[in-house]
Design a protein around this ligand. Structure first.
Ligand code: 5GP
Ligand code: ZN
Length: 114
């Protein structure tokens, strides 16, 4: 998607601090971090949100979940713990219409989020 900021990050048109990439996924530091470590993990494929995911995406979604855990270990978050979040639609505050998972950690977090 030419006008999608996360597609532009994935294909290198827009700079970001990339912490992980493979043939299916890219992860980069959030521009507006909500915790000491805040990474955004996206599929290279433009999928609008989890609501747009279908059976054909199940292998990709499994890959993203395992990559999220691997990134958390690489970022030394696994011992203290971390949160993996995907916002879907307006009530959740989704601001970029390209499926993404926030990997957030490095401080204690309350529940539920506000
Ligand atoms: P959402 O609110 O859609 O769940 O999350 C989108 C996230 O993407 C936000 O946390 C926002 O700070 C981050 N973000 C938006 N645009 C950019 C960008 O151009 N670069 C980076 N690194 N992060 C971005
Ligand atoms: Zn996109």
């Amino acid at each position: 998607m030419a006008d999608c900021i996360f597609c532009q990050i994935a294909n290198g048109q827009v700079d970001s601090e990339i912490v992980y990439q493979d043939e299916l996924a890219v992860a980069f530091r959030d521009l507006n971090p909500q915790a000491p470590t805040h990474i955004v993990l996206i599929p290279r494929q433009h999928i609008v949100s989890l609501d747009a995911a279908r059976e054909e995406h199940s292998e990709l979604l499994g890959h993203l979940a395992l990559v999220a855990a691997e990134i958390a270990r690489q970022q030394d978050l696994a011992e203290g713990g971390y949160r993996l979040v995907t916002n879907v639609g307006p009530d959740a505050g989704q601001s970029v219409a390209h499926l993404h998972f926030h990997i957030i950690g490095g401080r204690p977090m309350g529940w539920p989020p506000g």
